[in-house]
Write a protein that binds this ligand. Structure first.
Ligand SMILES: [Zn+2]
Ligand SMILES: [Zn+2]
Length: 233
């Protein structure tokens, strides 16, 4: 019966071995399961990372577009800046010109004030001269009045002498022959002198008379000459 014992021992031994293997199998299955879970997690993580990468790509593209736009804006701003600088430079030149003009205007203003003073002085001088002229004119008026008076006096004297008086005359004014009963006195109606009949044997129309009147030979000649010079009169 030793064989039975031996076999029983072997069986026991094998049974223990199987039990050990089963236990090991369980452990391995659990380990495999854990590994699968880890692998699954890694897979999910990988997918997440891949999504992130895609998102970053999109963001980079969007930012590149923004950068291009910003560069264009920068170029535009630089252009407008240089335009403004040009305007500023022009404005500076204009300011310089205006400053020069202001200086010129100030000089002109001073000149104007000076000229105004001169003008006032000249006006004053002019007024003085006008007053002097007025005085001279008044003096002249007086002189003219005096002269007119003198002339009138002289004229009245000659008018009085114009018409000769019969009793003051003894001979003909022209031929100087003495008047007598046969050689009578005749007045010339033009000059007023007293002549003999021979020396005053003419009649003329005078402005002072309506019909022809007696004039002396001299007056006759004078009047004929005057009328022939102005035939329409
Ligand atoms: Zn006479
Ligand atoms: Zn006469």
């Amino acid at each position: 019966m030793p064989n039975f014992r031996e076999s029983e021992s072997s069986l026991k031994h094998k049974s223990e071995f199987v039990s050990k293997l089963e236990s090991k199998n369980v452990t391995l299955t659990e380990a495999l399961k854990k590994t699968e879970e880890v692998s699954k997690k890694n897979e999910e993580e990988k997918k997440k990372i891949s999504d992130s990468v895609l998102r970053y790509h999109d963001q980079i593209a969007a930012q590149t577009t923004t950068i291009v736009k910003l560069k264009e804006d920068l170029v535009k701003e630089q252009q407008s800046k240089s335009a403004l600088e040009e305007q500023l430079s022009k404005a500076g030149n204009q300011t310089t010109r205006l400053d020069e003009e202001i200086v010129q205007l100030k000089a002109m203003s001073n000149e104007y004030v000076h000229l105004q003073e001169e003008h006032h002085k000249l006006e004053e001088k002019c007024r003085g001269q006008e007053r002097a002229l007025e005085e001279i004119a008044n003096q002249l008026k007086k002189e003219i009045l005096k002269s007119n008076e003198l002339e009138e006096a002289a004229n009245s004297t000659s008018a009085q002498a114009h018409w000769e008086r019969d009793n003051e005359v003894v001979s003909c004014k022209k031929c100087e022959k003495e008047f007598s009963l046969t050689r009578r006195k005749h007045h010339c109606r033009n000059c007023g002198g007293i002549f003999c009949a021979m020396c005053s044997d003419n009649t003329m129309m005078l402005p002072s008379s309506a019909k022809p009147v007696r004039v002396c030979d001299d007056c006759n000649l004078l009047l004929v000459e005057r009328y022939s010079v102005v035939p329409n009169n």
